[in-house]
Write a protein that binds this ligand. Structure first.
Ligand SMILES: CC(C)(COP(=O)(O)OP(=O)(O)OC[C@H]1O[C@@H](n2cnc3c(N)ncnc32)[C@H](O)[C@@H]1OP(=O)(O)O)[C@@H](O)C(=O)NCCC(=O)NCCS
Length: 164
C-alpha cells in the first residue's frame, strides 16, 4: 500500500475544484456516523470542511482517512493554558474500517502535529467513543498526549414522574 498524507485547504470559493474529494470525505463521515461508535456524531456536509486544518490520507490514490481541526485563541486560563494562547483543536480523526490497524491515524496525527508546530501552544481534543480504552492508548501512550479530564454519564430511571 502506498500511503500519502497531504494538507488541503478547502474554502467555499474553491469547493468546486475539490468536489470529488469532498464527496469522498462526506462518504467517510457518513460511514463513521453509521458505525454508531461515537455518541452524538452526525455526518458532515461539505461546509464542515471549509476553512479548516484538513489532512487527507490516501492509499493508492483513494481517500481512506482524514484529520480535521481548527486553530483558536484560548480566551480563558485553564490548568493547561494561559489566556491568549493558541490551540489546535482536533475535531475529527477517521480511518475507514478496511484500512485500520496500519498506523494511518498515527501518521495523520503526527503530520497535523508537525504542521501546527510553531503556530499553536497546545493541541487538544474531545473524544467520544465506545472504544475509549483503545483511543486512550492511541492518544496517550502512542501520541504523547496527556489526560486532562473525562465526563462520565449514567442515566437512571425516575420513579413517579412529576414527583420531586
Ligand atoms: C480511532 C481510529 C482513527 C484509529 O485508526 P487506525 O488507522 O486504525 O489507527 P492506527 O493504526 O494508527 O493506530 C492503532 C491504534 O488505534 C487504537 N484503536 C484501534 N482500534 C480503535 C477503535 N476502534 N477506536 C479507537 N481507537 C482504536 C489502538 O490504540 C491502536 O493501537 P494498536 O494498534 O497498538 O492496538 C479508527 O479506529 C477510527 O476511525 N475509528 C472511528 C472514529 C473514531 O473513533 N475516531 C476517534 C474519535 S476522536
Amino acid at each position: 500500500m502506498e500511503l500519502e498524507i497531504n494538507k488541503i485547504n478547502i474554502t467555499e470559493e474553491n469547493a468546486a475544484e475539490h468536489a470529488a474529494l469532498l464527496a469522498e470525505l462526506i462518504a467517510l463521515s457518513a460511514e463513521w456516523a453509521s458505525e454508531g461508535s461515537c455518541a452524538g456524531y452526525y455526518p458532515n456536509d461539505a461546509s464542515e470542511y471549509f476553512d479548516k486544518e484538513l489532512y487527507i490520507a490516501s492509499a493508492d490514490g483513494k481517500t481512506v482517512g482524514y484529520a480535521l481541526g481548527h486553530i483558536k485563541v484560548l480566551e480563558e486560563k485553564t490548568s493547561y493554558n494561559a489566556v491568549g494562547e493558541k490551540a489546535f483543536e482536533l475535531d475529527e480523526l477517521f480511518v475507514t474500517a478496511a484500512f485500520r490497524g496500519q498506523g494511518i491515524a498515527r501518521a495523520l496525527f503526527r503530520f497535523a502535529e508537525n504542521d501546527v508546530r510553531g503556530r499553536v501552544d497546545v493541541i487538544g481534543l474531545t473524544a467520544a467513543t465506545k472504544h475509549y480504552k483503545q483511543l486512550l492508548k492511541l492518544y496517550i501512550e502512542e501520541l504523547g498526549m496527556s489526560f486532562n479530564h473525562a465526563l462520565l454519564v449514567k442515566r437512571t430511571e425516575r420513579v413517579g414522574a412529576g414527583s420531586k
